[in-house]
Write a protein that binds this ligand. Structure first.
Ligand SMILES: Cc1cc2nc3c(=O)[nH]c(=O)nc-3n(C[C@H](O)[C@H](O)[C@H](O)COP(=O)(O)OP(=O)(O)OC[C@H]3O[C@@H](n4cnc5c(N)ncnc54)[C@H](O)[C@@H]3O)c2cc1C
Length: 336
């Protein structure tokens, strides 16, 4: 493995803002995604002296949407953004190129290499790839949702709850994400509706407790959201009771959509095998169905979508990629 495409100064790399990466570079490894899985893969690849590029939309992934983390080893309690800063500072110690603000649109296997192409047509080349693109919020798909995103429709209470000081907001969903959002909103909003199409909440009891104790929270169970109304901003929401189909419209200033997450695997559907949920199928060494392509974290079939699990899988994926490269990597005519 020769040190290709790595002419970045170590001093610059010690900064947490990473220097720009020239397009068209050649690397041994490309890591797609900069959440806990991708960042950890970056640390492991760099420590193995694998010339690598990380191509990512953001640095931090879902941890940026998390207020408090209480289950990452070494910290009793850490804010999501603080944990991301720690990850970034650690990555910055190592010689790895970090191409931020780039969304990979597709990866083309070519003779002995992979061509990584972003949505803005920037390309990078690598002999092996680690896919670590995680998950994103699922949308409701009702009229008004798309039109009012950022104008009252939100997917991240950690980020946006303070905007609803003294206002009425609805959280759609009944799982852990929805209950966490309702808990975040409780600190600011005058009233919070929790709307779920299930008969009972599925989120943890520990998250339900403070909501049930608050007289600001109203649970609308067995209820389906039909439409979000508003011209410049969210004004009201219409929902229907699943039992009697009775419709109701209620004034709200915000609607937080918290109905689960879906894997960011669309760009790779022709590259590697996915399961029915769209997750990348991996074995216990993070190998996918295509030699030279490894995957880690929430985008994969590995159960338990957690920061520590994603970080561990990122380490495994990088080490598997290192091993594959050390054994000779792609045969000259392979990969296609
Ligand atoms: C609200 C919330 C609270 C949570 N709280 C906790 C908690 O307390 N403890 C815990 O352990 N876990 C928690 N989790 C789960 C945890 O955050 C995830 O399991 C973890 O972040 C997964 O890491 P990942 O690297 O696999 O994916 P992600 O964190 O999703 O990161 C994916 C990365 O890939 C990038 N990306 C996506 N698509 C592309 C593309 N096409 N091209 C380039 N880059 C792309 C993204 O920008 C991002 O950088 C929480 C999740 C949420 C949503």
């Amino acid at each position: 493995m020769e040190l290709t495409s790595l002419n970045l100064s170590l001093d610059a790399l010690r900064q947490t803002d990473f220097p720009a990466v020239a397009p068209g570079g050649w690397y041994d490894l490309a890591i797609v995604g900069g959440g806990p899985a991708g960042l950890t893969a970056g640390i492991y690849a760099a420590r193995k002296r694998v010339p690598a590029v990380m191509v990512t939309h953001d640095l931090g992934g879902q941890v940026l949407w998390t207020s408090s983390v209480e289950n990452y080893p070494g910290y009793n309690l850490v804010q999501g953004r603080d944990l991301v800063e720690k990850f970034k500072a650690q990555v910055a110690q190592f010689p790895i190129a970090v191409a931020q603000g780039q969304r990979v649109a597709r990866i083309e296997p070519q003779r002995g290499r992979f061509r990584i192409v972003t949505e803005s047509d920037v390309e990078h080349f690598a002999k092996a790839v680690v896919l670590a693109t995680g998950k994103r919020y699922r949308s409701l798909g009702v009229p008004g949702e798309k039109e009012l995103i950022g104008r009252g429709v939100a997917y991240c209470a950690t980020c946006d709850a303070p905007l609803f000081q003294g206002k009425v907001a609805a959280v759609v969903g009944g799982g852990n994400s929805a209950l966490t959002s309702a808990g975040d909103l409780l600190k600011y909003a005058a009233r919070v509706y929790v709307i779920s199409n299930m008969a009972a909440l599925t989120g943890d009891a520990v998250l339900q407790e403070p909501l049930r104790k608050s007289d600001k929270v109203e649970f609308l169970m067995n209820t389906t959201v039909l439409e979000i109304h508003g011209t410049d901003k969210v004004e009201s929401i219409t929902f229907s009771n699943n039992a009697n189909n009775q419709q109701q419209t209620t004034n709200v200033a915000g609607v937080f959509v918290e109905i689960g997450l879906i894997p960011n695997s669309e760009p790779f559907q022709d590259l590697v095998d996915l399961n029915q949920r769209g997750e990348i199928v991996v074995d216990c060494a993070c190998r996918t169905s295509r030699p030279g392509v490894f995957a880690a974290g929430d985008v994969t079939t590995v159960p338990a979508k957690q920061i520590v699990v994603a970080a561990g899988e990122g380490a495994k994926a990088a080490l598997s990629a290192f091993d594959w490269l050390a054994r000779g990597g792609p045969p000259p005519a392979a990969g296609g």
